[in-house]
Design a binder for this molecule. Structure first.
Ligand SMILES: [Zn+2]
Length: 266
């Protein structure tokens, strides 16, 4: 990750010192009316006492809106809605706010992928790598990309998921499982259906049928998903850790547990 000064700089807006968080999307996908259109970074101030109130608000925690409230409170530009952002941009902001508020050391439990041993490890959050958007959208300022399916040779137009869409898909999935008790997770096709905007030769109203009925081959579906994963801008919450039991060196996904924003006092 490119080092940022985390408030050791001279930027000041309305008497508040601020710092910049790099956006993995480089602002390329946001349309002209969006406050982050073409912006490579976003300004925030360091968390202070007001944010302690947010983080300890039981009501916000219960509603699941505590992180969004925290982000809104710290971004200098109040017209930015964190739920409108691409998932990776929101992750980068969340990570930097965590580092600014509580430091880069994050002690939590992690599981060794080799032997399954659970052990405590201190991750260094400042080492997380950025995966910047490297592909141009079909039109600049539009969250729209193209891909040709390798099997059917059809051209697909798709968008990258925003935080809001991701939350809605997960919620719908949870509700459906509760209601129907289904054992098949439809989250893969739900995501694809939200992301696909056009398939060559298929009318818009036929897209759901094309994806859900198996007319889109698994090979095409996998290739599309792989491509989306590959280009999706993000900050990679992972670190190479060696297991204290079997000594295997593995890349661990940093678990976003309670201690991320509610670290234990030591
Ligand atoms: Zn192990």
């Amino acid at each position: 990750m490119e080092k940022i000064s985390l408030l050791g700089n001279d930027n000041v807006a309305d008497d508040v010192p601020y710092d910049l968080i790099k956006l993995p999307s480089k602002g390329i996908v946001y349309d002209e009316d969006h406050p982050l259109h073409g912006e490579e970074d976003v300004a925030f101030r360091a968390p202070g006492a007001p944010e302690e109130n947010i983080l300890t608000s039981v009501a916000l925690i219960k509603k699941g809106t505590v992180i969004n409230t925290l982000i809104r409170s710290l971004l200098i530009n109040k017209s930015i809605d964190p739920t409108d952002l691409l998932i990776g941009d929101k992750s980068a902001i969340t990570l930097m706010i965590r580092i600014a508020g509580f430091g880069k050391e994050y002690k939590t439990k992690t599981r060794c992928p080799s032997c399954g041993n659970d052990f405590a490890h201190e991750f260094d959050l400042s080492k997380c790598q950025y995966k910047f958007l490297q592909v141009d959208p079909v039109v600049k300022g539009k969250n729209l990309f193209d891909f040709t399916l390798p099997f059917s040779k059809k051209k697909v137009l798709f968008s990258l998921l925003t935080d809001k869409q991701d939350v809605e898909i997960t919620k719908a999935q949870t509700n459906r499982k509760k209601a129907m008790g289904g054992e098949v997770d439809t989250i893969i096709t739900d995501r694809l259906l939200t992301q696909i905007k056009e398939i060559e030769g298929i009318p818009r109203e036929g897209i759901a049928d094309f994806v859900n009925s198996g007319k889109m081959s698994m090979r095409d579906s996998r290739a599309l998903r792989n491509y989306i994963n590959k280009i999706n801008p993000d900050v990679l919450l992972e670190e190479k850790v060696s297991c204290n039991l079997c000594s295997a060196e593995e890349v661990h996904t940093i678990p976003l547990g309670l201690e991320f924003f509610w670290p234990k006092m030591e």
